[in-house]
Design a protein. Structure first.
Lengths: 133, 133
DNA sequence: AATTAGTTTAGAATTATTCTAAAAAAGACT
DNA sequence: AGTCTTTTTTAGAATAATTCTAAACTAATT
């Protein structure tokens, strides 16, 4: 997937050359990369940059809600550019992570018995398993 | 809460002195401790033991399904003795983690649009937020 | 242009966790 | 009990993801 330069915007965040290219990498290859995978990839582009910068960019995106972190056990954190609410399925055969959308109109509070007064700022749902066939 | 010695059993696992006492610590103080918190606590009991042993015991319990790991961002892994299916709520004001049960008869597949053929072996649901009042 | 504020960078530091290999404990058998 | 075998515990070293530091650079502002 090709992303135009003017689409590389994160509201409220100054888009430097490095941030643009990291964001482009996330949008163009939606494969939930880790910081170091992303860093390796950046080295192959015409915007090589340091690993610290990759971490700095990702942190900025997460703070601004444009990117989500995906935590799977103790594995390196992976990053997801899909900013609509969703969960993740970790296929143990392939190692790949797939986005899983919420069913229409459904909400975590339909699944869980939340104590009264609970105000949720972040939801992380991670499934592990395999796909038959 | 007091737990009798004969309740300190995990099916299929040899219960050594150390394993019994770590398991007892988890059952008696259900507060989702990290390995190092648990280690500090063990030092105050009459079964002080090494940090490596705490990790080894916890790993054995997790393998045997008696204990669940709780991953919250990059914080140290926390351990939960509640072996029925549930999620976790991380109260950002207090830092405490609370168990959140599934609503009666509800299932992740009621909330999420899982691709056909998906076989789930592990579910981790972690919410972050605060409680008003 | 000069000043200021924010960003990038290399490399060092941190730290949760895992590994190693030797000692201790537990189980099996006699 | 005593011997043999397997598993567990342990201290300390190693690993590796992430964060920190402080200097160089870039971008925005006056
Ligand atoms: Mn990639
Ligand atoms: Mn405790
Ligand atoms: Zn995703
Ligand atoms: Zn729990």
């Amino acid at each position: 997937m090709k992303v135009q330069d003017h689409q590389l915007q994160v509201p409220g965040l100054r888009m430097t050359k490095q941030r643009k290219e990291v964001y482009r990498a996330l949008l163009e290859n939606q494969d939930h990369p880790s910081a170091s995978e992303l860093h390796s990839y950046m080295q192959t582009t015409d915007s090589p940059m340091s690993l610290a910068t990759v971490y700095n960019c990702l942190e900025a995106f997460v703070e601004h809600g444009a990117v989500k972190q995906v935590n799977i056990d103790r594995e390196p954190t992976r990053y997801c550019e899909n900013s609509v609410q969703h969960g993740h399925f970790h296929d143990q055969k392939t190692g790949k992570i797939h986005d899983v959308n919420f069913k229409n109109g459904m909400n975590v509070s339909d699944l869980l018995d939340l104590p009264l007064g609970t105000e949720i700022s972040n939801i992380e749902i991670t499934l592990k398993g395999s796909i038959s066939n």
